[in-house]
Design a protein. Structure first.
Length: 202
């Protein structure tokens, strides 16, 4: 029995976040261009056959230090821009949950590929079991949503799994994702006090 289900947790602040991403992207490229110019100049000023009092050696060192300084700023802004306009994709394919982080719509990074057999427990973060797992020092929480409130028709679901250690993944999804996972998951994986989202809203 094959199954395929896919959905995304889109950033609710996407328009504002996109502008911030673009700003950091432009600034990072300016720093990179300046760094490249300075480092190339540094190489050109390296004295051939010794300094001989020309002072070119000192100029080369100064330009190299300046280039390294701007390169460090490029790296900082490159890292900062990846915090903005982030969304997540969840794809479930016949017993495997794939979670990807998406940067500014077009760049993707795989977060995890979790087999159903590695899932320990699945449930709603509104339930007490989530708090117990989160408090466990041996468990690392991995937030896989850019939002603090779920979008309409979605809820925050947790997936406790053995994936490079014990990890607690928090997803913003529709209940359809849970239903697809349960077709392949082991018995008892769904928390005992889970309440269907439709009933919760009544």
């Amino acid at each position: 029995m094959d199954a395929f289900y896919e959905e995304s947790a889109v950033n609710g602040n996407a328009k504002k976040e996109s502008k911030r991403y673009r700003l950091f992207h432009i600034v990072s490229y300016i720093f990179m261009i300046i760094a490249v110019i300075l480092l190339v100049s540094c190489v050109m000023y390296i004295p051939v056959g010794g300094d001989n009092g020309s002072g070119y050696g000192s100029i080369s060192i100064f330009l190299g230090m300046q280039g390294a300084f701007f390169l460090a700023f490029w790296f900082l802004f490159y890292k900062l821009k990846r915090r903005y306009n982030v969304s997540y994709d969840y794809c479930f394919v016949s017993g495997e949950l794939r979670i990807s982080k998406v940067f500014n719509i077009n760049k993707r990074k795989l977060v995890a590929r979790i087999e159903c057999e590695d899932m320990i427990q699945i449930g709603d973060i509104d339930n007490g079991s989530y708090d117990r797992f989160k408090a466990d020092p041996m468990t690392k929480e991995v937030i896989c949503t850019p939002n603090v409130e779920p979008a309409e028709g979605k809820f925050f679901m947790y997936v406790l799994a053995n994936y490079n250690g014990k990890k607690l993944y928090v997803l913003e999804c529709r209940e359809l994702l849970l239903m697809n996972i349960m077709k392949f998951a082991k018995r008892g994986v769904l928390e005992s006090d889970y309440v269907m989202q439709e009933r919760k809203q009544k």
